[in-house]
Design a protein around this ligand. Sequence first.
Ligand code: GLU
Length: 415
Amino acid sequence: MPVDLFENTLQQLRSAFQIMKLDDNYAKILESPARILKFHLPIRMDNGKINIFEAYRIQHNNACGPYKGGVRLAPQVDESEVRALATWMSLKCSIAQIPLGGAKGGIKVDASKLSQGEKEKLLRSYTRAIAPFIGPDIDAPGPDMNTNPQTMAWMADELIKFHHGDHRWKAAITGKPLEFGGSLGRLDATSRGGMYIIEEVIRTFSLNKEPNFVIQGFGNVGMYLAKILFENDHKVIGISDVHGGIYCKNGLDINALIRHYEKEKTLKNFKNTESLSNEQLLELPCDILIPAAIENVITKKNADKIKAKIIIELANGPTTPEADKILETKKIILIPDILSNAGGVTVSYFEMVQNLSNFFWSEFEIKSKLKPIMKKAWNSTILTANKYKCNYRMAAFISSIQRIVDAIKFKGENY
Ligand code: GLU
């Protein structure tokens, strides 16, 4: 049976509620998203036929600020997945202490099967559908799986049109191209934020000077992370994309690998490497394993075979609650997604701030604002783990839930 993502989220939430002894009244609020929007979007395809696409925008909680979260294009998108991701967004923004709530959007589609024209029609139609419910002070969609600056530009342009040409509305869509109000440092923001967490991990757990890394995923997150690690003289010994992985015990030359990938469109046959499957890649002995692709890849089926010392989740939801338990008994340290991948939404927040003030920051400014935010989120997780004697996932959950609950309490009885 496929794993139901929202069931996983509920289990995680309930374990955290129990440890922190949260009043049931607040638990109820966090278990139920505030608003679920579901659409059926008719699109005329290139062959003249009309296809109906199922799409969602789920707004989970806005106690700390406007809803915020990406839009994904993927065949497995359903209500449970978007609900889970929307919930994690509320927690992610809270742990990063940025003034935003949580939401998520998704369109059920295999984007690789669409022509560029079909994709544009679909994203514009989706934007028109959600337009009455979004805005920089209401809900701001951003990038996620299978989106890029082009898809975000279509969305921003459509939203501006919906508002009679008023450019201020582009602040409601993040991940835009630089030429159209985007922010420097947004493309590699999740990986850059992840790198700041990796630095803290190395320092806190006194790892040897040359820890080696295995990364699952070669998309927006995995590829940039590999590049940043390589630039910082770290050794990536294994990496994969959807089709499979490659391994080289002495470390991969990531710049050469990116050139190879751009030319060949595959990681396979890169010089001096062995090919392996995605399953084998996750089981490689290494210091730090980084799932940076999709959800539910570390499950009760393979958790026992993981040989990494530390797992840092850059994907959303890569580890199931059952796998969490197995990893804990194996004393594998796990740094959870809502903490490690918060860099992406944080730079989206910077993009909104720059749009709203119509004044843009340098890449240096972006990095120097991102680093202390990631460090603060890290410190708050470590402090909570010490206080409650719990693992880091629970600590990140408790610390972020507490902040949201405090905001709800300030709003008082009529929340
Ligand atoms: N998709 C990213 C995430 O899951 C970023 C969302 C955004 O920038 O709004 O955190």
